[in-house]
Design a protein. Structure first.
Length: 312
């Protein structure tokens, strides 16, 4: 079993290390924050209440993101404050419905290198409240990548997409068993998949040791079935990890942030290929010289200004 273990360690070398999923909803509330020993991550303590976004006036037009002056002012004021204080200030601003101020504080935390599913979720909620659905979708998607099984993130992302002008087409479903495997693949992060592989490798190694020692239990039919199940799961997780590392990780995706933008045939071209609206998800092929080369779900390529798109 040394070979599988070496393989897993080699896979782990390619993996990013997002913060572990956190329990409960991340709806902005007054919460205690605890550093986990690094400068770039923090973890929320406690179980904030689950609060879904409720129906609002759908005719409300998106309002601009926080002004540069507000952002710069808060940046200066919070220069001497730590992440705990800034997060509390952001939550207080949210509770007072000062959503632009809350957004500015959350962005300050992100600017300090903090990458956390709860932070992205809170920021997305604040953007939603201002009517900026493009940024809301972007940060819900970022949060979902770190916490793929969080139902609150999925709910709010799905609800926000009902406000978008461009509707996503749902992919065709696969036969039952294959669809189940695909869901399991999507509902785990790469780090979680690698940890599952480590556990399964350990169990397989123990089963081989028990077999070599000719223990009585290792001769039972049940033991044989159990070993077969573990081996099958191990192989499936190997495939899942491989797909995540070599197929999905290199893919860059983004969300249109502008209310509307024209995708052109080439940079600085006047020929419009398609009009894209806020919140539309696209694949990013390259970003160069201030332009993003993108590909839509239907395969149509084009170029848009870099500032009109946010990378997930």
């Amino acid at each position: 079993m040394l070979l599988p273990l070496f393989l897993i360690l080699s896979l782990a070398g390619h993996a990013q290390n997002p913060p572990p999923p956190l329990a409960g909803s991340a709806q902005p509330v007054t919460a205690d924050l605890v550093h986990n020993g690094t400068d770039d991550l923090f973890i929320l303590e406690g179980e904030p209440p689950v609060i879904h976004i409720e129906s609002e006036n759908r005719s409300a037009s998106p309002t601009p993101s926080p002004t540069v002056n507000l952002s710069e002012k808060l940046q200066v004021e919070s220069a001497s404050k730590g992440p705990v204080q800034i997060f509390r200030l952001a939550n207080e601003a949210y509770e007072k419905e000062n959503f632009e101020e809350a957004i500015a504080f959350y962005q300050i935390l992100i600017g300090r290198g903090i990458q956390n599913g709860d932070l992205f979720y809170d920021l997305a909620n604040a953007y939603f409240r201002t009517g900026d659905f493009g940024h809301a979708v972007l940060f819900y998607e970022k949060a979902r990548r770190l916490r793929p099984r969080d139902n609150d993130i999925a709910h709010n992302l799905s609800y926000t997409k009902t406000f978008l002008a461009d509707k996503e087409t749902k992919p065709d479903t696969l036969p039952g068993s294959l669809e189940t495997l695909l869901i399991l693949h999507r509902k785990t992060t790469l780090n979680e998949t690698l940890w599952i592989l480590v556990i399964l490798s350990t169990l397989l190694a123990l089963s081989m040791v028990m077999k070599s020692l000719r223990l009585k239990i290792s001769e039972s039919v049940f033991f044989g079935y159990l070993k077969g199940i573990i081996l099958t799961l191990f192989l499936l997780q190997i495939i899942s990890a491989g797909v995540k590392i070599w197929v999905e990780e290199p893919i860059r995706e983004g969300v249109i942030l502008a209310d509307a933008v024209s995708a052109t045939a080439s940079p600085k071209s006047d020929k419009t290929l398609v009009e894209l609206n806020s919140g539309t998800r696209v694949r990013i092929l390259d970003i160069r010289d201030g332009y993003a080369h993108i590909r839509l779900p239907d395969g149509v390529p084009g170029f848009i200004p870099e500032e009109k798109i946010g990378e997930i």
